[in-house]
Write a protein that binds this ligand. Structure first.
Ligand code: B12
Ligand code: SF4
Length: 557
């Protein structure tokens, strides 16, 4: 690394001479990703802000988000040929899912040009996901191609879990394992003082010497009250609707061990209320209008959570917790406080309506969510309930029961297709160490079955079914006076467009899924399991679907 001498043009009061220090130029990067979809309302680079805030006193820093606010580019060639049968371009359906594979963010040349322009000494990349870790490695490769003298550092969940995978790349010099603030600060300080040789001795920093990799343990921060400086990014780049949003953490870690979860093993800790209060005020100064809590376990301690909520009263901030709310210990009073603090839309994590399925996953659950439901249904909240489809040991009947249960409540259904989360118990049982060739499959859009009772076509059928139910909920909310599911066939929402009408008719009368091929003007069968659809309609007979925004219902005849 070249040393850059820098005269900060100030003198210390007690030292009447100008001091010369050099400052390392650090570029903190959020990499692009490639997938069938992205979630653009949740890419706030909070980890990079924590790191930047920590090293700001000793480095010249900038944050470069190569992912957000860029037009996605369609990638014609993608690694999921087996899914072409499911995700088809050129077809139409009111129950649409994925069709194209995209790159969300800059391409290689754009990244390289940007790095060339910024002449960094250190490029530090956030690699949060194993499945997108190759895209993160590309950023390091760009940096080394711009100049081999650029020091490249990688941190985040993936390098924390699989440091060897990252460090063995010729483009990566250092890996930080665990919470990065202190190890990264120490690494930058060591580099600044020319002490790269001792960098490997810093806790949490992994380094290499020729083919030898030095792997450190996972670092856990003692103090989690650091307030990220949100002015380091443009608040207008991160929007939910018309509001500038930010991610916010009131705690770190989680005490549970759900078998499907891939989070690194860091203990649960809560922040001080004082620091949260200061952070809220800084958010308001930074022109933030919406706060999305991304804690792993926001509501673990309802008493503490209610104290946190009080700090938001009167701020005018819109609150959400899109990572999911755990209902354990919550009651109607907590919901009232949430409303008063600024929550309007709630995302609950249910896993499965069956307690035994959920408990098998190691997730503690009780009657809490069920007891909250009557309050939720009569409250002004809009509630989305997330559940998982495709868990090992889950039977198709369990999924059907969950769908039937939730469709009868005033909630939106939030299905998550099960994926093998690296580091999770299920991952270790099914994949073990031989995971690298399947790196791209560790995402829900890959629809990899982990349960022989729920093959890919069943997973796809369930997703389509849930899309149908949410669509029906939308129609119910319009209050068109439809009383039974079969009345839908003649609802003008579908009769207006003849192909849409036909797709709904086939589903309701023949219990089959088809889509419309506009180019040839015909209907093609979708890959699906008609037996599952039949079973669903049989079991659902005599039950009802309730709206999402209204209590209007529609009977299943
Ligand atoms: C927000 C979030 C998202 C956002 C995107 C966030 C982003 N910026 O890209 C969204 C909703 C889009 C998302 C999607 C997915 N996610 Co997600 N997501 C999270 C979540 C809940 C919080 C991440 C966060 O910002 N935390 C706050 C920051 C401050 O903490 P942190 O990231 O851990 O950062 C610290 C350290 O890791 C480290 N660090 C981080 N970056 C860097 C960089 C450097 C240079 C250094 C030195 C250190 C460092 O220092 C930081 C400060 O201490 C995590 C859960 C978790 N606990 O991490 C899951 C998590 C990262 N997601 C995960 C997964 C798998 C996914 C999906 C791929 C799942 C799927 N459905 O297929 C999807 C992809 C969907 C899509 N295409 O949109 C897994 C990753 C596991 C793994 N090994 O791959 C996690 C860990 C969830 C879990 N419990 O299993 N996710
Ligand atoms: S899924 Fe959520 S509750 Fe379960 S261990 Fe992971 S973070 Fe904790």
């Amino acid at each position: 690394m070249k040393v850059k001498w820098y005269n900060p043009s100030f003198t210390y009061a007690r030292r009447p001479f100008s001091i010369i220090i050099y400052v390392v130029k650090v570029l903190l990067v959020q990499p692009p990703i490639e997938d069938f979809y992205d979630t653009p309302i949740r890419t706030y680079p909070l980890a990079l802000l924590y790191l930047a805030t920590k090293i700001q006193p000793i480095a010249d820093i900038s944050i470069l988000d190569f992912r957000t606010n860029r037009k996605p580019k369609v990638l014609r060639h993608h690694p999921f040929r087996e899914l072409e049968h499911y995700y088809r371009e050129g077809t139409s359906t009111p129950l649409s899912f994925f069709a194209r594979y995209y790159r969300f963010g800059c391409d290689y040349n754009e990244m390289k040009n940007e790095m060339r322009r910024r002449t960094p000494d250190v490029v530090a990349v956030s690699s949060l996901f194993t499945t997108y870790s190759l895209e993160a490695l590309e950023v390091a490769q760009c940096a080394k191609e711009v100049s081999p003298e650029i020091v490249t550092v990688m941190g985040g969940t993936h390098p924390t879990l699989f440091p060897e995978h990252v460090l063995k790349s010729p483009y990566v010099d250092y890996v930080i394992r665990g919470e990065g603030e202190t190890p990264f600060f120490r690494l930058v300080a060591a580099l600044e003082q020319g002490g790269a040789a001792c960098a490997g001795e810093i806790e949490g920093v992994c380094s290499k010497s020729g083919p030898d990799l030095h792997i450190s343990g996972i670092h856990v921060e003692n103090n989690i009250d650091l307030i990220p400086d949100r002015k380091l990014v443009n608040p207008g780049d991160y929007r939910i609707g018309k509001k500038n949003y930010t991610f916010f953490l009131t705690s770190r870690g989680c005490p549970f061990h759900c078998a499907f979860c891939g989070r690194p093993p860091v203990p649960y800790r809560r922040r001080s209320l004082k620091s949260i209060e200061q952070e809220i005020s800084q958010c308001l100064d930074a022109n933030i209008q919406a706060v999305d809590f991304e804690d792993d376990m926001l509501t673990l301690d309802p008493g503490y959570f209610r104290q946190v909520l009080k700090l938001f009263h009167g701020t005018g901030l819109t609150l959400s917790a899109m990572n999911g709310i755990y209902a354990g210990g919550m009651d109607a009073a907590t919901l009232d406080d949430m409303f008063a603090a600024g929550f309007r839309r709630l995302n609950f994590s249910l896993v499965d309506a069956s307690q035994s399925v959920t408990e098998k996953q190691g997730r503690p659950c009780g009657p809490d969510f069920l007891s909250l439901l009557p309050f939720l249904e009569s409250s002004p909240f809009l509630t989305e309930v997330h559940f998982i489809i495709g868990l090992p040991d889950q039977r198709p009947e369990d999924v059907i029961n969950t769908i039937i249960f939730l469709m009868g409540k005033r909630v939106l259904l939030g299905p998550s297709l099960f994926y093998l989360a690296p580091n999770s118990t299920i991952f270790s049982q099914i994949v073990g160490d031989a995971w690298e060739p399947n790196i791209k499959s560790m995402r829900s859009s890959a629809m990899v079955p982990a349960n022989s009772d729920l093959p890919r076509k069943s997973l796809y059928t369930f997703i389509k079914l849930v899309r149908f139910i949410n669509l029906v909920k939308n129609v119910i909310d319009q209050g068109d006076g439809i009383e039974t599911l079969n009345d839908l066939i003649n609802n003008q929402r579908f009769t207006r467009i003849s192909w849409s009408h036909e797709i709904i008719r086939v589903l309701l009368t023949e219990k089959r899924l088809v889509y419309y091929d506009g180019e040839h003007g015909n209907f093609l069968p979708e890959p699906h399991d008609p037996e599952l659809l039949k079973l669903f309609f049989q079991r659902a007979k005599g039950t009802a679907i309730r709206g999402f925004k209204t209590m209007n219902t529609l009977a299943i005849d």
